[in-house]
Design a protein. Structure first.
Length: 423
């Protein structure tokens, strides 16, 4: 079944209703057996098979992968525990040090049940009344855990980040503190909600992500923190883009308005670049260009001042990549390709998810320019980079590129790529 083109396409699109239909039609597997194996209610399987609804949570996608023996790479997951030893050992035996580091961090974060040796948060905080030292400790801890997102996908980190968020909520409920300490704790809670929401989004759980972003915005507004409030809205806009670009533009504009004139440089740059992205996807070239310029101006205003840890990753390279992504979406490959190639040239393979995603836009830009072999070569690199990364996004972003390349299957490099993508 996994060799069928229609099954491969359904799997790549995470269209599990189509997967169930094909499994019943060609393999004779009843919906009741599928429901039992996947721990889904039979009526839910039938509803999905009729094309109604979808499955987006990482946990349920992983459960279906295991129940139907769909290899992890076909769904954007890490190799599953039941896969052949060759698949599981591919990462460990690779000479690629970036892949080895990624695998080591995954084992540390998931297998040990904690992240990089950090004990349970509730064990770290004393009972009763707490002072200003606790928010400071939580801030350091949150910053440390955030580094996991540099090398791991949301499927690996979402549980860790969500547990931290819930633990901080428990501390707020079960402790006493001054008003100043409460404000600092709430700021950390809002920050943790955004991180947990981002990981959920990366794992494909959009419902959980939206809930966490809205929680963060509510808390940020309560404590009058324009940077966090604006970023929560920017996250919501980023998530909305795929389904409703017009609405995403409105939310992205609101995110910048919420933080107008009173946020650190990197925060301003981050909000404006996400506004640019929303406009680019909506097809608004002039507005996207203006937002990119605003992001550059915000970053240039830094002048060495201290920046929040959660936005400190925003730099010239990040803005260059976003500009390349925007011009790709706007079908301006002559502007997009040089920006993306230059930025990706110095991008460490250890950041495999992000490099794979950004490379997808480079492949897309080459396709728009009619450079088929160049697009195929970049797409092949994306397949290599995204192997073993627990994020649904690289494979989802690559799929339309592979479909476009399929019309050039007579080109040897394209033929090889399509065969590799199916294997």
């Amino acid at each position: 079944m996994l060799q069928r083109a229609d099954m491969q396409d359904a799997i790549a699109r995470h269209d599990f209703g189509a997967v169930f239909v094909l499994a019943r039609k060609w393999a004779g597997i009843s919906y009741s057996k599928i429901a039992e194996a996947c721990a889904i209610k039979p009526e839910r399987v039938g509803t999905l098979a009729r094309g109604q609804g979808s499955i987006a949570t990482y946990e349920k996608i992983a459960a279906i992968s295991d129940a139907l023996r769909i290899p992890g790479h076909m769904l954007g997951l890490s190799p599953r525990g039941w896969e052949a030893p060759s698949a599981l050992e591919a990462v460990r035996s690779s000479g690629d040090e970036a892949v080895k580091r990624r695998d080591f961090l995954r084992v540390s974060a998931i297998g040990a049940g904690t992240a990089l040796g950090i004990p349970s948060l509730l064990e770290e905080v004393p009972r009763g009344r707490i002072g200003s030292d606790v928010p400071a400790m939580l801030a350091r801890r949150t910053a440390r855990l955030r580094r996991l997102d540099d090398v791991l996908g949301g499927g690996d980190t979402s549980g860790i980040y969500l547990a931290e968020y819930k633990a901080t909520k428990a501390i707020l409920r079960g402790s006493s503190y001054s008003a100043a300490t409460e404000s600092k704790l709430l700021a950390i809670l809002a920050e943790q909600a955004q991180q947990a929401g981002w990981a959920a989004f990366d794992a494909g759980d959009h419902v959980a992500a939206e809930h966490l972003y809205k929680e963060s915005h509510s808390v940020s507004t309560r404590i009058s923190d324009p940077a966090l409030a604006g970023n929560a809205l920017a996250f919501l806009a980023y998530q909305t883009i795929g389904s409703n670009p017009k609405a995403a533009v409105e939310v992205a504009e609101a995110s910048c308005a919420a933080a107008d004139g009173g946020v650190p440089a990197t925060v301003g740059a981050l909000l404006h670049e996400r506004r640019a992205w929303a406009h680019a996807v909506a097809g608004n070239a002039r507005e996207a260009d203006e937002a990119l310029a605003a992001a550059q101006a915000a970053l240039a205003s830094n002048q060495g001042r201290s920046q929040p840890d959660w936005s400190s990753w925003v730099d010239e390279q990040e803005l260059q990549i976003m500009a390349g992504r925007c011009w790709t979406e706007l079908r301006r490959p002559l502007r997009a390709v040089p920006l993306l190639e230059d930025a990706l040239r110095g991008f460490d393979d250890a950041h495999a998810r992000d490099k794979a995603l950004y490379s997808c836009w480079l492949a897309d830009a080459y396709l728009t320019a009619g450079e088929i072999e160049a697009a195929a070569g970049i797409a092949d690199r994306v397949l290599n980079l995204s192997a073993g990364v627990a994020s649904v996004r690289p494979r989802q972003r690559l799929q339309p590129i592979l479909r476009q390349l399929a019309s050039h299957h007579s080109v040897p490099m394209v033929s090889d790529l399509l065969e590799k993508a199916r294997s």
